[in-house]
Design a protein around this ligand. Structure first.
Ligand code: SAM
Ligand code: FES
Length: 345
């Protein structure tokens, strides 16, 4: 069977088959077929609906030192900030008015935000917005901590695996970080009943086709409910400042392939895609993505959460971002809905 047909019909590929599929990435007819089938299956499960997540970047302090990331610990050239509990709750209140039914609390690994402080915030958000889902994205923690937050009311957790290849993982992270622990966290989060998001950067320094094939195999093993992929974009204050950014085209192709491997997955058209290409997010939706994540953080702090250079939407009020995205989604032939947007099981 032709490998693209196998992908479409069985929704599974081995590492070798992924590599065979990649060799078709330069063949326009094959890619057209994969993209059409990705959109077909996306429409089968989600119609033309696009879900929104209100992203609240609540701290840029981080104890980690991921080599690619602008907010990593050793970057002395950024001004650090932490939102107060009240500021976070105000972002959610504003978000609910704007129609958001999911809040994503994302931040660096900031020890000031202890297990208890985060649990407290989650409880307060849930109390004020019982119909909304809460997603946490604050890195690697113990199973006990994840459990406390689940009990407090957290519904989902985003923790990109970044790369499923051990050696590549060590190129991107200092020795204190291990792929095995990241994977352990992802499996524990799943066990605890979270909807879990894994993912990786496309075109990160040192990434090979083999690594990408291993990423796709890992996603099939983990079966996450969400997968975040976006192009790597250099940040001027990192060791990768002079590396090339990842390719928008390759990201779009991989989005279609992931849609076919995990047909019901929640796949965001990421800000990084929109940063490298003004129409990147629209193209992402047309390749199989079904989620957008506009920024709800206070405008004063947006620029300080600079993971990579030239990040978009750092100067716009949440309401403006929401309207802008709504128009973009419509122009791509989809509709933004006011819904928690849970995984459909
Ligand atoms: N601390 C949490 C964690 O590590 O999961 C959440 C915040 S972290 C900054 C969110 C994501 O940003 C990472 O998973 C990474 O893939 C992405 N990111 C960081 N630096 C990037 C860069 N230079 N280009 C593209 N994406 C980047
Ligand atoms: Fe923020 Fe368009 S999504 S301005």
């Amino acid at each position: 069977m032709d490998i693209s047909k196998k992908l479409v019909e069985t929704h599974s590929l081995s590492k070798e088959e992924c590599l065979e599929l990649f060799s078709l990435f330069d063949v326009p007819e094959s890619m057209e077929y994969i993209k059409e089938e990705a959109v077909k299956i996306r429409k089968k499960y989600y119609g033309t609906k696009v879900f929104t997540r209100g992203l609240i970047e609540f701290t840029n302090y981080c104890k980690n030192n991921c080599y690619y990331c602008g907010i990593r610990r050793d970057n002395r050239n950024i001004e650090r900030y932490r939102l107060t509990e009240k500021e976070i709750l105000d972002c959610c209140a504003n978000g609910e008015k704007l129609g958001f039914r999911t809040f994503v609390l994302q931040g660096g690994e900031d020890p000031w935000y202890t297990e208890e402080r985060i649990a407290d915030i989650v409880r307060k958000i849930k109390k004020a917005h019982p119909d909304c889902a809460i997603t946490l994205s604050v890195g690697e923690k113990s199973k006990e901590t994840y459990q406390t937050w689940k009990k407090a009311g957290a519904d989902r957790y985003l923790l990109r695996h970044e790369t499923a290849n051990e050696e590549h993982y060590h190129m991107l992270h200092p020795d204190s970080m291990h792929l095995s622990n990241r994977k352990k966290c992802l499996y524990e989060l799943k066990e605890l009943g979270y909807q879990v998001g894994a993912g990786f950067m496309v075109g990160s320094p040192g990434q090979t086709w083999e690594h990408l094939a291993e990423d796709l195999v890992f996603l099939q093993e983990l079966q996450p409910q969400m997968v975040g992929i976006g192009p790597f974009i250099p940040h001027h204050d990192t060791r990768f400042a002079n590396e090339k950014a990842g390719s928008v085209e390759l990201t779009l192709k991989l989005l279609s392939v992931i849609r076919l491997l995990l047909p019901k997955a929640l796949l965001p058209a990421t800000t990084a895609l929109g940063t490298l290409d003004p129409l990147g997010r629209e193209k992402g939706l047309c390749a199989g993505a079904n989620v957008v994540m506009p920024n709800l953080s206070p405008v004063e702090n947006r620029k300080q959460y600079e993971l990579y250079d030239n990040k978009i939407c750092t100067g716009d009020e949440a309401a403006k971002c929401k309207n802008c995205l709504s128009a973009r989604v419509r122009s791509a032939g989809y509709e933004l809905v006011e819904d928690r947007g849970d995984y459909i099981g």
